[in-house]
Design a protein around this ligand. Structure first.
Ligand SMILES: Cc1cc2nc3c(=O)[nH]c(=O)nc-3n(C[C@H](O)[C@H](O)[C@H](O)COP(=O)(O)OP(=O)(O)OC[C@H]3O[C@@H](n4cnc5c(N)ncnc54)[C@H](O)[C@@H]3O)c2cc1C
Length: 271
């Protein structure tokens, strides 16, 4: 092993000041991506700043705007909330069941009990599940210094708008009137070979975001959105043609295969 200084902090402010002083400091959330990366010697930070004890980065709150349970509630999820906590939260399930289902199908139980939504969004793996949900739901990524709309946040494969040492504190979005997620998991890794999140908001707007399939990471799909805006049903997608241009080709499947998966997963997302 190489030497790494380990710091366990009680606040995001303390984390920020250690990161500022460290030669090459990294936040440690659930460790489900960072620790394997270190084991493979693809990263060797001088300092690990463990934020797992920061209480105000955890938890899920739901604020009703006008007493209805028909969408529109403001959902806020702390960055250190684990995938298992998102999956099992009954209040969240009442207003946004699609996100609970998405979280419940991330990786395996060990990954779900340690991995966090903030870590997943900071990492922005092109096959991760949360980026599709956040983009489709029009989420805001809150950090220790600003609020970033999801539409500006995801900037490419493993790339985000976060500045060096910027800390995600929470994520917020409005509950959709209707939504769903279809995912075709890689049988070995459980990451998405294609994952499609569909969301219809209370104002009638429709957003479709695709993960796992794009060469540049998560992206919106205007043709699927147009079809669903006209008719919110799986049948409305029958005549939509998905172009393979810009889709990933790798050892798991080529772009044409992924284009087909995108359509099939979009239909599954609609139930
Ligand atoms: C076997 C396996 C299967 C998996 N399957 C899936 C899957 O099916 N779908 C899926 O979406 N993901 C999957 N994952 C990834 C998993 O969801 C991880 O939890 C996630 O990518 C990283 O979250 P973490 O909390 O473990 O972050 P960490 O590994 O601790 O950190 C990841 C990166 O984010 C940074 N970071 C962490 N928290 C913050 C923050 N609050 N602000 C700013 N930067 C931060 C860290 O410094 C680091 O660079 C899988 C992982 C494994 C090991």
């Amino acid at each position: 092993m190489y030497e790494t200084n380990y710091h366990k902090v009680a606040s995001a402010t303390d984390a920020a000041s250690i990161l500022e002083r460290a030669e090459d400091g990294r936040l440690l959330a659930g460790g489900q991506t960072l620790l394997p990366t270190m084991k493979q010697r693809l990263a060797d930070p001088t300092d690990l700043v463990d934020i797992s004890a920061v209480a105000d980065l955890k938890g899920i709150t739901i604020a009703k705007s006008d007493g209805r349970l028909e969408g529109g509630e403001t959902i806020t999820i702390g960055a250190m909330t684990t995938h298992a906590q998102v999956a099992q939260n009954s209040k969240l399930a009442a207003v946004c069941p699609s996100l609970c289902a998405l979280a419940g199908n991330i990786g395996d139980p060990a990954v779900r009990h340690r991995g966090t939504i903030g870590g997943s969004l900071a990492n922005n793996d092109p096959a991760a599940d949360y980026p599709a949900a956040m983009l489709a739901l029009g989420a805001i990524i809150h950090t220790n210094s600003r609020d970033i709309p999801a539409s500006n946040y995801f900037t490419g494969m493993f790339s985000t708008d976060l500045d060096e040492h910027e800390i995600i504190t929470s994520i917020s979005f409005q509950a959709p009137a209707s939504g769903g997620y279809g995912k075709f998991p890689n049988p070995a890794s459980r990451y998405a070979m294609a994952g499609v999140f569909v969301a219809k908001m209370v104002d009638g707007s429709v957003c479709v975001a695709v993960t796992g399939a794009g060469e540049d990471g998560v992206f919106r799909h205007p043709e699927l959105e147009a079809a669903l805006r006209a008719d919110w049903s799986a049948q409305s997608l029958d005549d939509v043609s998905i172009s393979p241009v810009g889709l990933l080709s790798d050892m798991h499947g080529d772009a044409v295969y992924r284009a087909n998966l995108v359509k099939v997963m979009a239909k599954r997302a609609l139930g």
